[in-house]
Each structure stands twice: as structure tokens, then as C-alpha cells.
Ligand binder design. Structure first.
Ligand code: AQP
Length: 336
């Protein structure tokens, strides 16, 4: 479908606090693989972050920390373009144009807004409501063709495709924007909370025991896994039975994902064990993978001038592509 366009990957992560295992397994691990074979643009999406109030000092720290996390996880700022979203004004400009292309009915269907706004919708920011339009602008500003995201972002990406199609049709430019494809991990696309297997692991969940943060110590990881909700049944290789035990399934999926094995293989290896034994294995593999990343994040985060340089260089490169595309978009829309 995108044969008229050169493959280009775009994705973003919000600087809204410590990144966690869900961000790592659902998104960043995939970013690292993709940069080996495709041109990639990775943005720290600070404009998205302020759709919910952020303390300015903490926001700044989170931008640096997210960048440190990207690099500690293996993103290479010499290969990929890495920058913070607010430093390229084209994102906000295109988002406005898309506010006028996107339909209220489309936005009303977005489940993330419903979840985040909760019962008090009247008090949610307008930004939170139009967040998916800004996300479409992030992607299409670069005419990106592929978007690696966690399963939770699938609906927003569908809206981005609708916006691209409508813009192309409205302005009779059938191939102007590519219709971007989501790249969602097939095996395990949604890491769930350690306290509730039906809720996704998230930065904004109140209890820190619901998630493994990339900067957690060995001790914290061990404690969190020990306390993670499970049940008293033994591990079984019957997948149907596991579907009725979401917390158990989540831990087994985390183990498979972190050790790069299939769930089937993990189930064979762990069948008949009780969860206390399995949890020890799980803590060990998590500590071996996550703690070195955490140490690197802390180390990198000390060198603010290096981090600032990376952001500035990334923004310069992003701006070259963004300015060229935005000029064409403005002409199509009829601006002088
Ligand atoms: N639990 C998850 N499982 C799989 N993927 C996930 N992602 C987030 N949580 C999970 C993916 O990580 C990328 C960056 O997400 P984000 O931080 O920009 O926003 P988010 O999805 O809203 O993440 P959080 O942790 O839930 O943040 P808060 O609590 O601030 O809303 C995305 O690709 C996302 O799919």
C-alpha cells in the first residue's frame, strides 16, 4: 500500500515519569531492532505529556530521563533521529490542520480518552481529547510508513490512517500521505499490571508495585515480583486454562518476552512448578536485563550537556524533513 514511499519508522514516548517494563517490551525493544534495518525517527513527545498537567521542573527532568532511557536501551542517536517534539513546531501546526480534518465522531470513539478522563470528562483538557490528532500529525509530518507501538495505541493509529485517507481524498491528492502501518509485537503486545492482570502496566497507576521501572534496584524487582498477584494453582501448559488466569499468564508472558522465547517453550519449561519457584526465575532474568539498563540511565542522566546536544542535533535533522513536508501541506490546503 505504501509502495510510493520510502520505508520510514516514527514513534514517540511521553516524558511522564519513569519508563517501565511495558514501555520497554511493548515499544522500545522493537525500536532498537527496527533501527538496524530502517530509517527511524523517535520522539520524546512532550506536547502529548502536557495534556495532563505536568510540573515544569519534573517535565524537564523527565525529558532528559526518557532520552537517557532510549540510549541505555540501545537506541543510537547517530543512526536514528532522536528529539523532543516541542522543538519542532511543525507538529503543533499540522495538528491544527488535522483538528479540522478529523471528525468529532471519530474522537468520541477513542477508548483511551474515556479511560484517562474517567467519570469527570467536563474537567479533562481539550488537549487530551484531541491527542490522537496530534499523534497523527507526529507521524504524517514525516510521511512515516511504519509505527511501532504497544497494543494500547492501535486505535489511535487507525484514526491516523483515517485522517491520512480523508486529507488525501478531500484535497484530491490520492498519494500525498502514506497510510501508515502499525508494527505491534505479535506474541505479547500488552504488558499487564502486576496487581491486576486485566489492566495495562502504566506509569500513572498509583501503586508502584503494579510495575517494574527500568531504574528499579535488584531488591525492588525481587520484592515486586514476590508480591505480584498470582494464584495457588500450579503452572500448566494448557493455554485455555491460563486465559482464565490473567495474572499468571502475564508473568509467564513477561518471562518469555524477556528471554526471547515462545510462551509454549516457557510453559514446557515451567509446567508443574508452583509460582514461588517460577517467580525466583522471573526475578533473576528481569534483574539480569533491567538492572544494567537502569545503571546506564542513571549514568547518562548526569551528563546534561551531552543530552542537550543530542536533542538539538536530532531536532535540526527532524526540522529539515518537517519543514519540507509542511510547506507542501500548506500549499495543498491553500495557505499563502
Ligand atoms: N503496558 C504496556 N504494554 C505494552 N506497551 C506499552 N506501552 C505503554 N504501556 C504499555 C507502549 O509504550 C509506548 C510509549 O507509551 P507512552 O509512555 O507514550 O504512553 P502510554 O501508552 O500512555 O504509557 P503509560 O505508561 O500508560 O503512560 P501514562 O500512565 O502516562 O498514560 C507506546 O508505544 C505504548 O503503546
Amino acid at each position: 500500500m505504501n509502495k510510493n514511499f520510502k520505508d520510514l519508522v516514527f514513534s514517540g514516548v511521553q516524558p511522564t515519569g519513569n519508563l517501565h517494563l511495558g514501555n520497554y517490551l511493548g515499544a522500545i525493544k522493537n525500536f532498537v531492532e527496527l533501527q538496524k534495518k530502517t530509517d527511524c525517527i523517535y520522539s520524546i513527545v512532550d506536547l502529548h505529556a502536557i495534556t495532563v498537567f505536568q510540573d515544569p521542573k519534573e517535565l524537564k527532568n523527565s525529558i532528559f530521563e526518557t532520552l537517557s532511557s532510549f540510549i541505555a536501551c540501545g537506541l543510537d542517536f547517530k543512526k536514528s533521529i532522536i528529539f523532543n517534539q516541542s522543538s519542532v513546531s511543525g507538529h503543533a501546526e499540522l495538528a491544527w490542520i488535522f483538528n479540522c480534518v478529523s471528525r468529532l465522531g471519530w474522537l468520541n470513539r477513542m477508548t483511551q480518552f474515556k479511560e484517562k478522563a474517567g467519570s469527570n470528562k467536563e474537567n479533562a483538557s481539550v488537549g487530551l481529547y484531541v491527542y490522537p490528532n496530534l499523534m497523527a500529525a507526529d507521524i504524517l509530518l514525516y510521511k512515516a510508513t511504519h509505527v511501532p507501538v504497544g497494543d494500547d495505541q492501535k486505535q489511535h493509529l487507525e484514526l491516523c490512517r483515517d485522517i491520512a485517507n480523508k486529507f488525501n481524498n478531500d484535497f484530491n491528492k490520492s498519494n500525498f500521505f502514506p497510510i501508515p502501518e502499525p508494527l505491534i509485537q505479535k506474541k505479547f503486545s500488552r504488558v499487564m499490571s502486576l496487581r491486576d492482570g486485566k489492566k495495562k502496566m502504566s506509569k500513572s497507576e498509583e501503586s508502584d508495585y503494579s510495575r517494574i521501572n527500568l531504574q528499579d534496584s535488584e531488591d525492588q524487582i525481587e520484592k515486586k515480583i514476590k508480591k505480584a498477584k498470582t494464584d495457588s494453582s500450579l503452572i500448566t501448559s494448557d493455554k485455555k486454562d491460563l486465559e482464565k488466569r490473567p495474572e499468571a499468564l502475564n508473568l509467564l508472558n513477561i518471562y518469555s518476552s524477556i528471554t526471547n522465547t515462545s510462551l509454549e517453550k516457557t510453559l514446557k519449561e515451567m509446567e508443574g512448578k508452583d509460582f514461588s519457584k517460577f517467580k525466583k526465575n522471573l526475578s533473576d532474568v528481569l534483574i539480569a536485563t533491567i538492572c544494567p539498563i537502569g545503571k546506564k540511565i542513571k549514568e547518562l542522566n548526569k551528563d546534561k550537556s551531552l543530552l542537550l546536544n543530542i536533542l538539538r542535533n536530532g531536532a535540526e535533522k527532524a526540522k529539515i524533513i518537517a519543514d519540507k513536508n509542511l510547506k507542501e501541506i500548506k500549499e495543498i490546503v491553500g495557505f499563502i
